[in-house]
Design a protein around this ligand. Structure first.
Ligand code: GUN
Ligand code: ZN
Length: 688
């Protein structure tokens, strides 16, 4: 039984979970089916809602002599009339509500197995999440003990071991780490219903993150008792794969209507912004006038439609690379969610490990929280660690983002005017753009997400502070003899003039002003010629593969030649000794590697940088261009990110192939299923 990732964004993933009764695509919503009286018949859940998996409560079955006998005789699938995967809960929630259950922890696990449950849950313990720490710690210890014992009883059933720990992040982390050592199959995050019911979303986010970051990435995570669509996007973004909903009927029972961003009492509604089959058939007035028993199953159906719809919205967002944007929108649903979303920013360094380096969609700058996303974080980090300014460019000309891209096109008239005015002196100038991501050297203007972003021009003071920090960082590594700034960026003009004295920046009003200033300060007469294309190749290679990559690939420069795209005039192919070594992908601004380039990089970059090491068994297949599966991986660079260009080598560090990573380095060594590296080209194929 195993889990594999198909698509991903943030820490969210579209995955496949294999169970004894078939596969489930995640993120999945499991409707809770009451074994005594289902609100919505199971056939309808299958036909109308396309439920792939449902969840029921084994304790309710266990406690009812008739149901129990039938479940043991015919199995839970027959009992409920459902052929697909069934998850069963253990009675932990009843324990929480009533303070006691009439079953032993191991007995209920055995019972779940005996009635043929696909995913059974341990009898975990939780209570008020704000209970004193020492009490919560005791619950955690007992839960872990029960999990350890339950593993021996699981048989063919997948076992779900619940992370508890109240509102205490360190207890969650500890519980998650201990449970990770066990042979469990699913990791629910439990005890969160009270947090959700009370809109304690900040605590909820802390709980999810501290659990998730300490759980094995190759196992699915279930957010227990979370059936409200308003938090699906955020929870999936943070790595949750499974949800269960009793909410659809619980809310309906007291006339509460679920909407994607909130819950409303029916009596407060005059219009329902919904076109589900229920709302298409009845208007609010008709619903209000109905008898309660007639209305309840209708509202339950509406509630479930809305919940499934949000799951589909989340999945589509993952495929488009827009999950952060969706979560950021959902974070506006309630002030507590906005605050919760801000908490995520604290963990950006850890989340960045799982976030793809390129996405199908542009980066949308929607709010000041957008800058806490992995994309800006990664840009700043790589620029700081991997970028050095061209050695001969001693004067920095900083041009503010005016809202149009590509920047060089937006500034084409200014730049050609300046070249004309300066002649050879232009070779002293390094052009860079001031953007919301910080300083973007001209060589890097096309890389994701700089070029592939949609950013408005007016900024908050927090955002300007972010830019100021990035400038500080840039200048602490890259120094110039002079820095000039050309006004024209509204908010950026104010920022730069405020800090001009610190970095000795000359403020210029127009191109004439820039040219005059440069002429005045350029005393040197000897000007060394520069090859701007080569500077770009080096900068992109260093940024993408690590410092030193550019030198390894493109030096000595007389071996290198490049071909421009006939359509765009931009560099498209790079040759070394007339052999194609790299392609510059116009949509992402990054290189794809050919085996020759991989060999140059492997010689230069210290092991295990960029490598995925496979064993002997895989070698002949990978060499011929077949994809790399995790089970053949013996080692890899832990710094690899999803969607990165990587090099597949054998244990002697001989290059076998080049390709695109689908997993991050930390995941590659742990997953059992799916593709780890989509190989683009093996060395054998490329020889012909
Ligand atoms: N249902 C809602 N929350 C929980 C939980 O924490 N544990 C279990 N087993 N079931 C739940
Ligand atoms: Zn509806």
């Amino acid at each position: 039984m195993a889990f594999e990732i198909k698509y991903r964004d943030g820490m969210g993933r579209i995955g496949l979970l294999e169970t004894p009764h078939g596969r489930v695509e995640t993120p999945a919503l499991m409707p809770v089916v009451n074994p005594k009286k289902p609100v919505i018949p199971v056939e309808e859940l299958v036909k109308t809602y396309k439920s792939e998996i449902i969840i029921t409560n084994s304790y309710i079955i266990y406690r009812d002599p008739e149901l129990r006998e039938e479940a043991l005789k015919r199995g839970v699938h027959e009992l409920l009339g459902f052929k697909g995967p069934i998850m069963t809960d253990s009675g932990a929630f009843q324990m929480y509500v009533y303070g006691d259950v009439q079953v032993e922890p191991l007995e209920i696990v055995r019972f779940q197995r005996e009635m043929g449950s696909d995913i059974g849950v341990i009898l975990d313990i939780f209570g008020n999440p704000y209970e004193e720490e020492s009490v919560v710690r005791w619950w955690v210890e007992e839960t872990v003990k029960r999990a350890q014992m339950a593993v021996a009883e699981k048989g063919n059933m997948l076992l779900a071991c619940t992370v508890q720990g109240g509102r205490y992040p360190h207890l969650r982390a500890e519980c998650a780490r201990k449970l990770s050592e066990l042979d469990a199959d699913v990791y629910p995050i439990g005890g969160v219903v009270p947090l959700m019911e009370n809109y304690k979303f900040r605590d909820l986010v802390e709980v999810i993150i501290s659990s998730k970051l300490n759980l094995p990435p190759e196992k699915p995570v279930h957010l227990f008792g979370c059936g409200h669509p308003m938090i699906f996007a955020i929870a999936v973004l943070l790595g949750c794969d499974l949800f269960d909903s009793a909410s659809y009927s619980k809310y309906a029972a007291d006339d509460r209507v679920i909407l994607p961003t909130r819950t409303v009492r029916l009596e407060e509604l005059d219009y329902i912004p919904c076109s589900c089959p229920v709302c298409s058939k009845y208007d609010v007035k008709e619903l209000k006038e109905m008898r309660r028993e007639e209305r309840f199953p209708l509202i339950a159906r509406h509630n479930l439609f809305v919940s499934f719809e949000e799951i589909r919205r989340v999945k589509q967002a993952i495929k488009e690379g827009m999950l952060w944007e969706l979560a950021e929108q959902r974070a506006r649903a309630h002030p507590n969610l906005t605050a919760a979303f801000r908490v995520i920013g604290k963990y950006v360094d850890k989340m960045e490990r799982y976030d793809p380096v390129i996405k199908k969609s542009a980066f949308f700058h929607l709010s000041c929280e957008s800058l806490s996303r992995p994309e800006p974080y990664r840009y700043a980090k790589r620029l700081k660690e991997r970028y050095k300014r061209p050695p001969d460019a001693k004067i920095l000309l900083l041009l503010p983002d005016r809202g149009e891209k590509p920047y060089t096109v937006d500034y084409s008239s200014e730049l050609s005017e300046l070249k004309k005015a300066l002649g050879d002196l232009f070779n002293h100038v390094h052009v860079a753009f001031l953007t919301i991501f910080g300083i973007v050297p001209i060589e890097l203007e096309e890389i994701y997400p700089v070029q592939q972003s949609v950013i408005q021009k007016r900024f908050t003071s927090d955002e300007l502070k972010y830019v100021e920090h990035r400038m500080l960082e840039y200048f602490s590594k890259n120094t110039y003899e002079h820095v000039l700034y050309l006004r024209g960026g509204v908010d950026f003009d104010d920022l730069v003039s405020r800090i001009a004295y610190r970095f000795l920046i000359s403020m210029c009003d127009d191109v004439g002003d820039v040219a005059d200033t440069i002429k005045r300060i350029s005393q040197e007469t000897t000007v060394r010629p520069r090859v701007f294309e080569l500077e770009k190749l080096i900068a992109v290679a260093d940024y993408q593969f690590g410092e030193g990559a550019g030198e390894a690939l493109f030096m000595p420069a007389d071996k290198i030649r490049w071909e421009l795209s006939k359509q765009t005039g931009k560099i498209r192919f790079v040759y070394r000794d007339d052999e194609l070594i790299l392609t510059l992908v116009p949509t992402t601004g990054f290189f794809t590697l050919m085996p020759r380039a991989a060999k140059l990089l492997v010689r230069r970059l210290e092991y295990p940088r960029l490598r995925v090491v496979v064993n002997e068994d895989a070698e002949p297949f990978v060499k011929r261009g077949r994809s790399v599966f995790p089970k053949f991986i013996v080692d890899c660079d832990p710094e690899i990110r999803p969607e990165e260009e990587v090099i597949v080598v054998n244990e002697n560090d001989d290059v076998l192939a080049v390709g695109r990573a689908l997993l991050s380095g930390v995941e590659m060594k742990r997953f059992r299923r799916g593709v780890a590296v989509k190989v683009r080209r093996g060395v054998e194929k490329s020889k012909k």
